[in-house]
Design a protein. Structure first.
Length: 170
């Protein structure tokens, strides 16, 4: 399903999005607060997108490519969808930071999750030092529920902040 905001279109991710995602996933600064190191090869991103496509077909996830004026600038997802809950993830190209675009994309994905996927709650985990991501979540009515050290996918331990947004009226 295609989602629209004032300035963005979020369309279902396709394999053709791999080069645009590689531009972000390979950017050391963009990946500074991510749970894995920057990706060095396009082939790795192509495989990641194939895995995400399979997860979408199985109903476990929804991945959207965020576009502005027809150009892919990022990604937002609802993953681990089960028992009326999901986890939210988002990333944007560095030249699109600070413009409120992540806030719009996250808002659209969360609204879709609550309205059409009938989720009761959406969780998000960020590195505690990523204040920009925290602001995006807080602007979208996510609340901090826990702060603690957590192990990332690359094996490192970092201070993390756990956020939750619950469906109103539940």
């Amino acid at each position: 399903m295609i989602l629209e905001t004032k300035r963005l279109t979020l369309r279902p991710q396709t394999e053709a999005d791999a080069p645009a995602l590689f531009a972000i996933l390979g950017d050391e600064e963009a990946m500074r607060f991510w749970n894995r190191p920057p990706v060095a090869r396009l082939a790795v991103v192509e495989e990641l997108v194939r895995e995400q496509q399979a997860a979408m077909k199985n109903g476990l996830c929804r991945y959207w490519t965020v576009t502005r004026d027809g150009e892919a600038i990022g990604s937002v997802d609802l993953s681990l969808i089960r028992e009326a809950s999901a986890e939210l993830g988002f990333l944007l190209r560095r030249d699109c930071w600070g413009l409120g675009l992540a806030t719009e994309a996250v808002g659209a994905a969360a609204a879709h999750g609550f309205r059409l996927l009938h989720l009761a709650q959406i969780a998000a985990v960020i590195q505690a030092a990523n204040r920009a991501a925290a602001r995006v979540l807080e602007k979208n009515a996510f609340r901090l529920v826990e702060s603690r050290v957590a192990q990332l996918a690359d094996g490192q331990y970092r201070d993390c902040a756990f956020y939750l947004r619950e469906q109103a009226g539940r």
